[in-house]
Structure formats: structure tokens, C-alpha cells
Design a protein around this ligand. Structure first.
Ligand code: C2E
Ligand code: MG
Ligand code: MG
Ligand code: MG
Length: 277
């Protein structure tokens, strides 16, 4: 899948017969040619205290609007970028935007920023992240770095050292998509964490699924014992909230409380929460 396959229009995503490898190739090529500074933006989604509805942080989520491919899902373009050092460029551009936002509009706002496995496996990338935070003048205490369990499977010791370094900077560390990796308990035991984000898959059917309720109840207790803040991801309905609160969950994130949206200069979400909280 070389240059001759570069098509310059959006239909590659609707043509079912396009093999995924070719799709990956086109996405990678478009990414490499992209003006990342212009084409990448961040949307923000609140993480709230469910009892008050107040946001304790806003998660920065990458959006790519490509003139060649149109809007591409982060699940796809992040995965493509992660196959090479390209991800470090994306991380740097996105972190730059998050820090600028924290300096300009959102002076009181706390931001949760996703790092990729490849970022934390690279001492150079971690040093770049550290330098960017320090040069920005942003109080690192207003930053949380989110990493997934699967990010830790590559080189655990390197990853742990990277997280310790970011924590020493003053940032908080959050373990994302908790419960979906192969070594959830190992991660929670060995990593310098502040928060654990329980994966959306446990929440979808929580109102009817007794096993999921048991699991979430146990995670909440585990977090309490280890003095970790527990955040539940993917909360969409009042019914889920009622069940989750009965299980002791305090912090939640999901479409019910607010979808990812651009932030205004004053640090307010440009689109208000559909749930009305
Ligand atoms: P994540 O960090 O676990 O982010 C949560 C994802 O769930 C986001 O998808 C968010 O839009 C979605 N979500 C939030 N609430 C709900 C809900 O109530 N229901 C449902 N169905 N979904 C909900 P998104 O924005 O498509 O991002 C997907 C993944 O891409 C992220 O998962 C993260 O792993 C990665 N990603 C996004 N932005 C970045 C970034 O800047 N850097 C890196 N390295 N990865 C990123
Ligand atoms: Mg995340
Ligand atoms: Mg997550
Ligand atoms: Mg996820």
C-alpha cells in the first residue's frame, strides 16, 4: 500500500471491501502529510462529582479533521500513530494545545490528558513532556495523565519509571480502562497511581447485571482501601447513576453529564450537557 493508493477522497471509509491494512496505510500517509497543529483539536469531557454535578476535571480527547479523509475517529488515528514514533509528534502537539488552554482560558480548570503506551515507553518522549509542562508555567498539580493498563504491558519497569517521573513533576496519574487488561491488580499494586477509571464495559448493563454490580462494588472498595480515587466511565442514564451511587461510586464521566465538546476561551464547555446536571 504505497503512494499509488493515495486517493484523496473520503470514500475509503465507506467502501467495505477496502482491507483494513490499506485503510491503515492511507490514514498513516494522511497523518504524515497533515498539518497537525491546524488539523488536530481537543474536545473536553467533564469528570464530575455525581452528587453535586460539579466537574473535578476535564478529559482532553483528540479530534482530527483531515482535509483528505474528513473526520477520523481517535480510536483509529491514535492506533495508527502508535505504530511508529509519529505518536510522539501527536502527543506533543496535543499537549501543547492543552497547556495553552490551561494558561489562557481555563486558569482554574484541571485537565486529564491521555498518554499512549509508546509515549511512556520512551524516556525521550517523557522528557519532552516534562519540559513542555515546565516551560508552560502551568501548575502540574492541575494535570492528570491517563494511561491504560495495556500501555503497561510492553515494558512495565520503563512505564513505571516514567509515571513516577511525571508524578514527581506534580501531576496526578490515572489508570484508564481499568479491568480490561491482563494485569489489572498488578498495575494497581505496582504503579504510582492517584485515580482508577473503571472501564465503560462494566457500566453498560449495570442496572440489570448482578455480576457487574459485584465487580464495581469490589473495585470501589479496593480503591478505598488503597486511597485511590475511583472514576466510573461511560455513564449514560439516570438508572445507571442510581445503581452506581448505591455501590458507593462518587466520581463519574459519561454522556449523561456531558459529551466531549470544544471549550470556550473562558473555560466553559461550548456545548452544554444534555443531561442537564
Ligand atoms: P478513553 O481515554 O478511554 O476515552 C473515553 C472514550 O469514551 C472517548 O472516546 C469518549 O468520547 C467516550 N465516551 C465518554 N463518555 C461516554 C459514554 O457515556 N458513552 C460512550 N459510548 N462513550 C463515551 P473517543 O474520544 O473516541 O476516544 C477514544 C480513545 O482514543 C480514548 O479512550 C483514548 O484511549 C484515545 N485517545 C483520545 N484522545 C487521545 C489523545 O489525545 N492521546 C492519546 N494517546 N489517546 C487518545
Ligand atoms: Mg482516557
Ligand atoms: Mg477510558
Ligand atoms: Mg477507552
Amino acid at each position: 500500500y504505497g503512494k499509488e493508493n493515495r486517493r484523496g477522497h473520503t470514500t475509503i471509509f465507506s467502501e467495505q471491501h477496502e482491507s483494513s491494512i490499506r485503510e491503515f496505510g492511507s490514514v498513516e500517509q494522511a497523518l504524515r502529510q497533515a498539518d497537525l497543529e491546524r488539523e488536530l483539536t481537543l474536545h473536553y469531557q467533564p469528570i464530575v462529582d455525581a452528587r453535586t454535578g460539579e466537574a473535578t476535571s476535564h478529559e482532553a480527547l483528540a479530534r482530527w479533521s483531515s482535509p483528505v479523509l474528513g473526520d477520523v475517529s481517535p480510536a483509529l488515528f491514535i492506533r495508527v500513530a502508535e505504530r511508529s514514533d509519529l505518536i510522539h509528534e501527536l502527543t506533543a502537539v496535543l499537549l501543547g494545545k492543552a497547556l495553552a488552554f490551561m494558561n489562557e482560558g481555563g486558569r482554574r480548570i484541571h485537565v486529564s490528558f491521555n498518554l499512549s503506551a509508546r509515549d511512556i515507553a520512551s524516556p525521550e518522549a517523557v522528557q519532552k513532556i516534562r519540559e513542555m509542562v515546565q516551560a508552560s508555567g502551568v501548575d502540574a498539580g492541575r494535570l492528570t495523565f491517563e494511561v491504560t493498563e495495556t500501555a503497561m504491558t510492553q515494558d512495565f519497569e520503563k512505564g513505571r519509571a516514567a509515571l513516577s517521573e511525571l508524578k514527581r513533576l506534580g501531576a496526578k496519574i490515572s489508570l484508564d480502562d481499568f479491568g480490561t487488561g491482563y494485569s489489572s491488580l498488578h498495575c494497581i499494586h505496582q504503579l504510582p497511581l492517584n485515580h482508577v477509571k473503571v472501564d465503560r464495559s462494566f457500566v453498560c448493563d449495570i442496572a440489570r447485571d448482578a455480576a457487574a454490580q459485584g465487580i464495581v462494588r469490589s473495585i470501589v472498595e479496593l480503591c478505598r482501601n488503597l486511597e485511590l480515587t475511583c472514576v466510573i466511565e461511560g455513564v449514560e442514564t439516570e438508572e445507571q447513576i442510581a445503581v452506581l451511587q448505591r455501590l458507593g461510586c462518587k466520581f463519574m464521566q459519561g454522556y449523561y453529564f456531558g459529551r466531549p465538546a470544544p471549550m470556550g476561551a473562558c473555560g466553559a464547555l461550548a456545548v452544554s450537557a444534555p443531561g442537564g446536571r
